[in-house]
Ligand binder design. Structure first.
Ligand code: TRP
Length: 460
């Protein structure tokens, strides 16, 4: 199964299907589009804010390099070598049934992530439109109340349906004609707008205090918990542990260097997080907001800051447009995981699969949309394991299912599949370092995150 079309020499999306896979640059852009998401623009700034700023940023870089990049390379390598979805690829490479079942976990995880990710993605669309329309320009407005009122109502269901519709549409168009094209248009435009926002933020009076908070490390603010948060976030940010990069990897040409792709994606993810920090912290500090205000940083503190800024409706609108782009390009990559699975497993057409999966993920997301903590939504009082439904989806995927998925990948590549080095194109010292990280360092750290998040391991 080579995945190459005999006549044209181009990669085919899936053996036998005949549609085109990624071009070389197209793959890099799509993978960056997947990794750069709400994680970079929404989660990274607030966890950095809560964990003391610059020192946490350095810790995150360390986790990204030591744990994130080796697993990223492993996922892409499995996908390209196995030429299947997140489950069948593992089977194709070993011929052992149990790996198929392990792979299935990641497909379910993707589905669960998609359901609540689309809710937050939907919020960004609402805020973008509100901001451009000038509805967020009142300095005296209660932005916390406005956000909680909105997130606690029924409107988020509409917005998440829109997100699903866009995502499903892009996926239905195929890998080269849909996913690649979408990212090729949006990701470069994204960088330009983000740079404009950075210049605006850094030239605000009082901006330097924010830049300093983000860039001048104070290691006394770090604790064991920060390490685990940084580690977990390096997973989330690089889209690891649920077959996402694996599925994208299965559409990659044989002559593309996966090592170089790993470096480009890692650098891209870091760069976008870095610039997002240079937009958010200066803006927040310039207008006297709290950098550690948690989940509400992007939806409460920032709108309040933009309201005070000259032309704030425009800059605020652009900021939420950026969040929306980041979220949509990531959402596409998440939903593609179950779509690729169902297409192969049940031989459904791409259009039909995209429609069914988008609909199912949307329905699954409705309880999340109605249960945001503190927002007094219709389901906010329903607690399962002491968490709201929204938090339960986030927690169980980010801290339990994704680490388990990552562990499966490291063990598979480190121990079960003997020819990963060949497929990845690594030899000598680099190969040995990669294997050492995958066999010992990554599994150990992942097990630590896992034990900590389920409460077995405690630091006092
Ligand atoms: N990496 C994206 C972000 O930073 C989210 C994402 C996309 C993701 N695909 C994923 C997270 C796969 C975990 C697994 O927002």
């Amino acid at each position: 199964m080579s995945g190459l079309d005999k006549k044209t020499g181009k990669t085919v999306e899936r053996p036998g299907e005949g549609a085109a896979g990624f071009s070389k640059n197209g793959f890099i852009l799509a993978a960056i589009g997947s990794s750069v998401g709400l994680g970079n623009m929404w989660k990274f700034p607030y966890i950095t804010g809560e964990n003391g700023g610059a020192a946490f940023f350095l810790l995150f870089i360390l986790c990204l390099v030591v744990v994130g990049l080796p697993i990223l390379l492993a996922e892409m390598t499995i996908g390209r070598g196995g030429r299947g979805n997140a489950s069948s690829s593992l089977f194709n490479l070993t011929n052992k049934k149990h790996w198929k079942w392990f792979g299935l976990i990641s497909i379910i995880t993707a589905f669960l992530i998609m359901s609540y990710y689309s809710v937050v993605a939907g919020w960004t669309l609402h805020y973008m439109i509100q901001s451009f329309a000038g509805a967020l320009s009142d300095v005296n407005m209660d932005y916390a109340g406005a956000f909680l009122g909105f997130a606690g109502g029924y409107m988020p269901i509409f917005w998440s349906a829109l997100v699903m519709a866009i995502t499903g549409f892009v996926i239905a168009k195929g890998v080269s004609g849909g996913i690649e094209k979408f990212n090729k248009i949006l990701i470069p435009g994204f960088l330009i707008l983000l740079l404009i926002m950075m210049v605006r933020a850094l030239t605000l009076p009082g901006a330097m205090e924010g830049a300093e908070f983000f860039l001048k490390p104070d290691f006394s603010k770090l604790n064991e918990e920060s390490v685990l948060i940084a580690l977990g976030h390096s997973f989330f940010s690089l889209s690891l542990g649920m077959g996402c990069m694996l599925t994208y990897g299965s559409y990659v040409r044989k002559d593309q260097s996966l090592g170089k792709a790993t470096l480009a994606i890692g650098a891209g993810d870091l760069l976008y997080a870095f610039i997002a920090g240079l937009v958010i912290f200066p803006t927040v500090f310039a207008y006297g907001m709290e950098p550690s205000s948690g989940v509400g940083l992007a939806f409460i503190a920032l709108p309040a800051a933009f309201a005070q800024m000259p032309l704030g409706f425009l800059f605020g609108g652009v900021f939420f447009l950026l969040l929306a782009i980041a979220a949509l390009t990531s959402a596409v990559s998440i939903l593609e995981v179950p779509v690729a699975y169902a297409m192969e497993q049940w031989k459904w057409s791409r259009k039909k699969t995209a429609t069914i999966m988008a609909t199912l993920a949307f329905l699954l997301g409705v309880p999340s949309a109605l249960s945001v903590e503190g927002a007094d939504g219709p389901l906010s009082n329903v607690l399962l394991f002491g968490k709201t439904i929204f938090d339960l989806f986030d927690f169980s995927t980010s801290y339990i299912l994704m680490p388990v998925g990552g562990l499966i990948i490291t063990l598979f590549t480190g121990y079960a599949w003997k020819r990963a080095g060949e497929e990845a194109g690594l030899t000598g010292g680099i190969y040995r370092t990669w294997m050492f990280l995958l066999r010992y360092v990554c599994p150990l750290l992942i097990i630590l995150i896992f034990l900590y998040s389920v409460g077995v391991l405690k630091f006092s």
